[in-house]
Structure formats: C-alpha cells, structure tokens
Design a protein around this ligand. Structure first.
Ligand SMILES: Cc1cc2nc3c(=O)[nH]c(=O)nc-3n(C[C@H](O)[C@H](O)[C@H](O)COP(=O)(O)OP(=O)(O)OC[C@H]3O[C@@H](n4cnc5c(N)ncnc54)[C@H](O)[C@@H]3O)c2cc1C
Length: 519
C-alpha cells in the first residue's frame, strides 16, 4: 500500500507564518509534502525574469532550512505542475493538495485550471485559501472593503511546531541562480529575499526609516531608504499582507499623543497603500483580461501595437535625452526597484510622449521590477497610460519632475555619468546649453548624450488630441460606468491633500488614485 500524504504547494506564499494552506494541511494528521515547482514554461513568459528567480531562490533556500528544522525538508521539482503531481500520485496515496489562491496572470490561471481538472479526475481534493484581501467570485464591489478589512483583522496563524517526515521523499535539487532556465542575466542587483530579510525590512521601516516616509516618498534617491521596500516580500509572500497590516497597527498603538503626529501620518499613508494593494490585485481577480485588453475598449486601437523600434529602445536603454527619465530607467534596470511616482513617470513618458502601447512597455517593466505583482502592475500600467476610462489623466512633464524631485541633479549625476560635470542649472535640460558650455561640461549633445527624442509640448498636445478623440464616442460614458462598477474604488483614499499639507509634501504626490466620479 502507498503511504498516505497531502501536498502543500508553495506558490507566491514563501513563508511558514500566517500560512492558511499549511495549517489546514497539517490538520489532516497525514504527513505533508511541502512542495515548490519550478515551471519551465512559466519562465518563458514575457513578464518573467531571472531577477524574480533570484528573490524566490533566497526565499526557498531559507524556507528549506526552516522546514528541515521542523522535520521535513522542502521538495523541489522542475516540470509542469500536472506532470509533477502525477509522479507524486504514483509514489504516494495523495489525498489532497493545499495551496493559496493565486490572482496572477492568464498563464497561472490556466495552469491552476489544469491542476483542478487533474485533481477532479484523480479524486484528489484541491483546497485553495485566500492569500490576502482578494475575494474570489466577488459578487459586488460595494462589499469588498468590508470583507478585506475583516480578513486583515483575523488572527495571525502561527508557524507549525513540527512536520512529520514523509517516508522515502527525495527533496530534489533546486536550480541555481545561474541556471539557464531563467533567461537573460540580471542587469544589476536584486533586493535580498527571504523571511528574515522581510522581517528586518518591516522592523526597520516601522521603527526608523518610516519616520520620513511621506516626505521622501516621491524623490527617487531618498525614497530608496524611506519607502518600506516591502513590495517583493509581499509579492512573493515571504511576508503576508495581514502580518504587515497588523504590525503597522501595533506600531501605531505605541505612539504617544503629541510628539508622534508625523509618525501617525506616515503610518496612516502606509496603511492606505496596503489597502490599495489588495484593491488592485482584486481587479485582476475580477477581470483577468486586464493583462491583455484596455479596461475601456475605446482605447484599444489608439496606439500602434508595434512601436517604432528606435523610440522603444531609447526608452529601454535610458537614452531618451531627458536626463531624469534616463536616470530613473537606468536606476530601475540596475536596482530592480523605483518609487511609485517615478514608475508612473516612466510609463507616462512611454505611453504619452512616445505613444508606445502599454503592453509592450509593461513587459519590459515587469521583468525589471523585483516585485512584479500582476494585479498591481497591469492596473497601474493602464491607469498611467490613460486607457481605463475611470481615472484622471496624468501626463508627467519630465523636466518639471526633475526640478521638483532632484533639484540639484544628484540622482541624475549618479545614473547618467555623461552629465556628471553639468551644473545644476543646466542638468535638467542640457540641450539648452550653448555649444561652448556643452564643451566645457564635457557633454556635447548628440555626441556624448542624445538630444531629446521628442519635444515635450508637441508630444503632449498630440496625445491629448488623440485621447479626446477616443473619448468622444457616443457610448464612452456608459462603458466607463460599467468599468467603474466592476473595478473602481468605492472609497476616496483618506490621507489626501490635508496630510500632504501637514507633511510639507507636494499635493500631487498624494492625489487619490481613483476618482469616484466618472470622467
Ligand atoms: C506602472 C506601475 C507598475 C507597478 N507595478 C507594481 C508591481 O508589479 N508590484 C508592486 O508591488 N507594485 C507595483 N507598483 C506600485 C508601487 O510603485 C510599488 O508597490 C511601490 O513602489 C513598492 O515600493 P514599497 O514597497 O517601498 O512601497 P510603499 O510605498 O512602502 O508601500 C507599501 C506597499 O503598499 C503597496 N503599494 C504601494 N503603492 C501602491 C500602489 N500605488 N498601488 C497598489 N499597491 C501599492 C505595495 O505592496 C507596497 O509594498 C507599480 C506602480 C506603477 C506606477
């Protein structure tokens, strides 16, 4: 007789704490196979990148040690999920599979359907548990935030004390960070992954770095330190959203009445973002097509699907001739992280100035972001490209952003060394220097550094005209209402402009993400 077991399938939940699927699997009193599957076909998708694997690898390495201490090391397999499960089902009597619900891409959705169907055929139960504030088969958006908040209030599930060893289980071997399976080399560094790094990052943010959160949120250099930097831990699950929500609430509860006003505001703004996180992932759960199709169909054919290659390449290489754009792109390429405002600006430039399709620029960014989270990513891409029909247009002026967020050009000089000897007065628009100044600064435009690839004012005028045309159709408003009903936020985010005034932050950095009224 085959040994009876259950399988705990780790996906984007690489932790042992607050792990509902693991806790449920253990309740069966059968030995649990803790399993991670490296799926070669996933790693061929246009959004996947070796940088993600580096982060996951850190998480799995640590998870494997922790599981071994509990009594049963992690099993790692390479292959498509159904084939891997089929093999386990020949070696063991698998009674059930436990996993978290994944609100991911169309590829992961179809993979999960294939697993469900295989389980049904085999008479194996496939149990899935909510991973965060996202509600599967949500009937009505109006009820969403209540359900999400109730979930966040639930008690954190403890890490199990022991795991019964599974007889004869080969742990397998984990592909290295350098394995060719994961595509092109990482073009820089990756934020360290793993539970311990996640907890340390959370602690330092809540006790120290977060003191200047709102003040430093948008400037690309200082934000590296003062933003939480928890996004990859939340995306790959080395921390649960609930843990972070609870830790933040606990920290708020320790604050005194007067001295800690600014901490209170910082933590409140951070809490709002944790809530936005769930809100955005809910969008892809409710409408998976947002990975491929504009939320509002009026914008579907507005931009050419294949952009002029030189425009796209200049944006990718950080050689557009706009120093702040180029510095942000080069920083992101190297570090795998950029603050929200700068991500939005890069997309705005690609989508409005260069008129690139968000699907093309989006794949490139997904590969660069260590924290790639499909629900946030595709929703934000669409918002920042003006194709949702329910969000106000925000076209960033790259020179204005540069003057506001990097007035003395420190960030630009760090990432665009061609401009290192250009003074602060000229660095934001180096093409306005006369030839003699360019030579003195060792930066001749068109020779050492490109001229602007496009004129800002002309490009924006053209973009506004084409967007207005797309919005002029008879049923534009009806369709927008439908989009809002299905995907729109029901609450005006609370921190808003008052908080911005109190912290001395510029108003626009705090603008609500979504408008309640239809445009
Ligand atoms: C075009 C574009 C693409 C993006 N793609 C991703 C992505 O793939 N993965 C991702 O995690 N974030 C994405 N974001 C949102 C945001 O930029 C990052 O979450 C944030 O910069 C991560 O840094 P942090 O953890 O220090 O954030 P903090 O400011 O410290 O915020 C805390 C957490 O709240 C969540 N959060 C913050 N801002 C947002 C937001 N605007 N919408 C939804 N959730 C938010 C994140 O989980 C973040 O870790 C994208 C933004 C844009 C404009």
């Amino acid at each position: 007789m085959l040994p009876r077991v259950t399988i705990l399938w780790f996906k984007r939940d690489l932790r042992l704490f607050d792990h509902a699927a693991l806790v449920a699997a253990l309740k069966t009193d059968l030995p649990v196979i803790p399993l991670y599957i490296v799926e070669p076909d996933y790693w061929k998708q246009p959004f996947a990148a070796r940088r993600h694997w580096h982060f996951i690898h850190d998480c799995l390495t640590e998870l494997s040690v922790d599981l071994a201490r509990l009594g049963q090391p992690l099993a790692v397999r390479v292959g498509d999920v159904v084939s891997v499960l089929r093999q386990f089902a020949t070696d063991y009597d698998v009674t059930a599979i436990y996993a978290h619900e994944e609100s991911g891409t169309d590829w992961t959705y179809r993979r999960d359907l294939a697993v469900q169907s295989w389980c049904r055929d085999q008479g194996i139960t496939f149990h899935e548990f909510p991973a965060n504030g996202v509600v599967r088969r949500l009937q009505n958006r109006d009820s969403w935030s209540g359900i999400r908040n109730a979930r966040m209030a639930e008690t954190i599930l403890p890490k199990p004390a022991t795991l019964a060893p599974v007889p004869g289980l080969d742990p397998g071997s984990m592909p290295s960070k350098a394995d060719p399976l994961f595509g092109a080399a990482v073009p820089g560094v990756t934020q360290p992954g793993g539970r311990r790094a996640g907890v340390a990052t959370l602690t330092s943010f809540l006790t120290e770095r977060g003191a200047q959160y709102l003040y430093r949120l948008s400037a690309p250099g200082p934000s590296e330190k003062h933003c939480s930097r928890l996004s990859p831990h939340l995306a790959w699950g080395s921390l649960s959203v609930r843990e972070v929500v609870k830790a933040t609430a606990a920290r708020r509860a320790t604050l005194g009445r007067d001295d800690d006003k600014s901490w209170r505001r910082n933590l409140s703004a951070f809490q709002s973002r944790l809530s936005w996180r769930c809100h955005f992932v809910q969008k892809i759960e409710d409408q998976p097509a947002i990975e491929f199709a504009c939320m509002h169909p009026a914008f579907e054919d507005m931009r050419p699907k294949a952009a002029p290659a030189d425009m796209y390449q200049a944006w990718v290489d950080g050689r557009t001739g706009y120093p702040f754009i180029d510095a942000c792109m080069r920083a992101l390429t190297y570090d795998g992280w950029l603050t929200f405002r700068m991500r939005a600006m890069l997309v705005s430039f690609a989508s409005y100035h260069l008129w690139l399709d968000w699907r093309q620029s989006g794949h490139h960014l997904a590969q660069l972001f260590t924290d790639f989270e499909p629900g946030i990513h595709y929703s934000q891409l669409q918002m920042q490209s003006g194709v949702t029909g329910i969000n106000s247009l925000r076209i960033y002026n790259p020179v204005k952003q540069s003057l506001e967020h990097d007035p003395d050009g420190t960030f630009i000089r760090r990432w665009v060394p061609e401009l290192s000897a250009v003074s602060s007065g000229w660095i934001h628009q180096p093409w306005t220097m006369d030839r003699a100044l360019q030579q003195t600064a060792g930066c001749v435009i068109g020779q050492n550094y490109p001229a602007p690839i496009i004129d800002h004012a002309t490009a924006v005028r053209q973009a506004r005209r084409l967007l207005a045309e797309a919005r002029s159709g008879e049923d534009f408003r009806d369709e927008a209402r439908r989009v809002y009903q299905k995907l729109g936020s029901r609450r005006r985010p609370s921190t808003g402009r008052r908080a911005a005034r109190r912290t001395g932050q510029r108003k626009s950095a705090q603008k609500p993400q979504e408008q309640l009224q239809l445009l």
